[in-house]
Design a protein around this ligand. Structure first.
Ligand code: NAD
Length: 306
């Protein structure tokens, strides 16, 4: 497929930037576009060819990949008044990697099918580190044949691919994962704050939890207490990583999805409120592990919460 396929990549932020760089490194012929000049310049520095408009990027592309913040961005990019769906060639394949509402993914898949364009929803897990390292997990909804057409491209950006079902199923599965993650991060922060309030060392407490029954990614990889893990966002002022406002968006989508089916998600709803409170506290732009700031004044490190 390298050498013959032309790929348009739209959305070059924290995730899209490193993902498109990995495609370029793997030998794919890529045209990239973002509304931000800074994002465009950053990928050009890595050798990626950029376009001056999304229309120019998708013209003649066999595969169109998008990595945008939320449903409204995906809707306006493809289906808005100046939407690019009409410029995508019939027979092409759209891979939307953004985390958006399952209903929006289904709507786009239907609009694409009406023009003989295949589409899969392929949101990712693995964060910015996984995007850089090319080790993302792709969580896919759509026709099996469309996934097979996408496989070589996805493998250049990630190492795990799960087919969850029909259009929108990838988004539902992604929301399940992030709802669990949002809850686990919040309670991990609470547990550490409780221990510290009783004079425990958060590092030793985390080491114990990491080999005990509460072990989790939130303790072992993205520990919310500053200074516990050198490479965690908490140890660099909660910068980088997965934004608290993106977690808030995903929990909102989970609540919406639950209301659509009558599923009950009491902890998910509580967590959505916690991340909304974190936003009101001025930490929405920081890594989501900063939610610990709701239950602790983190003063035990050189990088206290702002
Ligand atoms: P980001 O805000 O860093 O990047 C989004 C980019 O899209 C920005 O550069 C923005 O300018 C661009 N954009 C917006 N509208 C556009 C348009 N119409 N045309 C072209 N470009 C446009 O966001 P991100 O962190 O890269 O996240 C992208 C998606 O991936 C989100 O849905 C997020 O929930 C999901 N996600 C993020 C992470 C993470 O760790 N950051 C992890 C997993 C999934």
């Amino acid at each position: 497929m390298t050498g013959t396929s032309r790929i348009a990549f739209l959305g070059l932020g924290h995730m899209g930037g490193p993902m498109v760089s990995n495609l370029h490194r793997a030998g794919f012929d890529v045209r990239a576009f973002d509304l931000s000049d800074v994002a465009l310049a950053r990928v050009r520095e890595r050798g990626v060819t950029t376009s001056t408009s999304p229309h120019e990027a998708v013209a003649g592309a066999d595969i169109v990949i998008s990595m945008l913040p939320a449903s409204r961005h995906v809707e306006s990019l493809y289906l808005g008044t100046a939407g690019v769906l009409v410029d995508v060639a019939p027979g092409a394949l759209i891979i939307d990697c953004s985390t958006i509402a399952p209903a929006m993914a289904q709507r786009l898949a239907q609009a694409a099918a009406a023009r003989d364009i295949a589409m899969i929803d392929a949101p990712v897990s693995g964060g910015t580190a996984g995007a850089e390292a090319g080790t993302l997990t792709f969580i896919v909804g759509g026709e099996p044949a469309a996934l097979e057409r996408a496989r070589a491209v996805l493998q250049a950006m990630g190492k795990n691919i799960f087919h969850m079902g029909a259009a929108g199923a990838g988004q539902v599965a992604k929301l399940c994962n992030n709802m669990a993650l949002g809850v686990i991060m919040a309670v991990t922060g609470e547990a550490l704050a409780l221990g510290v309030a009783h004079g425990l060392d958060p590092k030793v407490l985390s080491q114990m939890m990491a080999v005990s029954t509460s072990r989790s990614w939130a303790t072992e990889v993205c520990n919310p207490w500053p200074g516990v893990l050198e490479n965690a966002p908490a140890s660099r002022g909660y910068t980088g990583g997965f934004g608290s406002d993106l977690m808030l968006k995903d929990l909102g989508l989970a609540v919406e999805a639950a209301m659509g089916t009558g599923a009950t998600i009491p902890l998910g709803e509580l967590a959505r409120n916690l991340y909304a409170m974190n936003q009101h506290a001025g930490r929405g732009h920081l890594d989501f592990s900063s939610v610990v700031g709701l239950v602790a004044t983190v003063t035990s490190s050189p990088n206290p919460l702002p």
